[in-house]
Design a protein around this ligand. Structure first.
Ligand code: CA
Ligand code: CA
Length: 236
């Protein structure tokens, strides 16, 4: 038979084992569970809101561009007119000749001979040059080209004159070698400024005169259907 003391010790041992077992269970139960597998993807979302209206077509864009350019051109012309007026006012104060004038929205240059000059910068025949200058209230330049000094001043005023050739108001349409200005007067030998070798009346058909061959301000006879720019001349 176990003694009472042994029985008490056994009971205490059993109790200790049970408590230890409970602690292990409690510890295991407090650990977080492992993650499960990832679920399937959700259903697709709703359609987005309707987009903004698209741009208008290319024709409308072109019209807008043209309109903007027209506005810009108008502003530029106004600026030029204001600038020319300022220059003119300054010249008047200084007592000098009026060397620039705005007529019909265009700048005309005055070399001091009482006439003003404008260059039409597009290719045209002699008759087209006459017509174009006439539309501007002018004639193809006649008085200016009679003087080399005037043309040198004009060349300094109009930088474009240094790079192109222009019709002037002189032809021998009335008879080969009989050169007559558009004002009806005959060409004087002292007025002539022919390029060496000109006039040569190529193909027996060159009757209209252009100036500034290779930036020389010298003259050449051309077919009247040749294409040059136009130098127009008018009174103030
Ligand atoms: Ca001729
Ligand atoms: Ca010629």
């Amino acid at each position: 038979m176990f003694s009472l003391k042994v029985l008490v010790v056994l009971l205490a041992f059993v109790n200790a084992v049970v408590q230890a077992s409970n602690q292990v269970v409690l510890t295991c139960e407090s650990s977080p569970p492992e993650k499960g597998d990832q679920g399937p993807p959700g259903p697709p979302g709703h359609y987005g809101a309707k987009g903004q209206k698209g741009d208008t077509g290319s024709t409308a864009e072109l019209e807008n561009s043209i309109s903007a350019l027209e506005d810009r051109l108008k502003e530029t012309e106004e600026d030029i007119a204001a600038m020319a007026k300022t220059i003119s006012d300054l010249q008047k104060k200084g007592g000098k000749c009026q060397c620039m004038k705005v007529i019909g929205g265009k700048i005309w240059h005055g070399p001091g001979n009482g006439y003003f000059y404008y260059t039409v910068q597009s290719d045209m025949t002699y008759d087209q040059a006459k017509s174009k200058c006439s539309q501007l209230g002018a004639t193809v330049a006649t008085q200016g080209p009679k003087s080399r000094d005037v043309m040198r001043i004009l060349e300094a005023q109009m930088s474009v004159l240094t790079t192109e050739e222009y019709w002037i108001g002189l032809t021998d349409k009335a008879g080969e070698g009989r050169y007559v200005w558009e004002d009806g007067t005959a060409l004087q030998s002292s007025q002539a400024n022919w390029k060496p070798g000109e006039p040569n009346n190529t193909d027996n058909n060159e009757d209209c005169i252009g100036i500034n061959y290779l930036d020389s301000l010298q003259w050449n006879d051309y077919l009247c259907t040749h294409n040059l720019y136009a130098l127009c001349e008018r009174k103030a």
